[in-house]
Design a protein around this ligand. Structure first.
Ligand SMILES: [Zn+2]
Length: 126
């Protein structure tokens, strides 16, 4: 699917052929993703954010991973999920376009990332 999207992003991008347009579109869609999450909280109300300082004291990384909080309360509704999926999809489109323009394969990048994450697991420290 990623290979198909990458090839398609190259074919259909007429207005955003320049790497500068692609880079700024990535920024725009990153902001739109964050805006969609914020609107889920402030407009819809399907989720809330209840944040406080994280307690990073722990004996093991596994224990730490268990106790850290996402600060999200509730569940995203179908309307908000649809909007977020749309924004994330557009972001992925421009990420594919960036990869195509710079001549590398996004699928290979994802495979490498998956491999690193599988090998290092919790120790990726991301
Ligand atoms: Zn919602």
């Amino acid at each position: 699917m990623i290979d198909e999207l990458q090839a398609l992003s190259s074919e259909v991008s007429i207005r955003h052929k320049s790497i500068l347009d692609i880079m700024t579109k990535l920024d725009e869609y990153n902001a739109r993703i964050n805006r969609a999450v914020a609107k889920s909280v402030t407009n819809c109300g399907c989720i809330e954010i209840s944040a406080k300082k994280q307690d990073f004291e722990s004996d093991t990384l596994e224990e730490l991973a268990q106790k850290l909080d996402s600060h999200v309360r509730g569940n995203i509704c179908n309307v908000c999920r649809e909007k977020l999926e749309e924004e994330i999809g557009s972001y992925i489109f421009f990420l594919s376009s960036l990869a195509e323009t710079l001549g590398f394969n996004l699928s290979d990048t994802i495979k490498k990332e998956l491999e690193r994450d599988r090998i290092l697991g919790i120790y990726t420290m991301k």
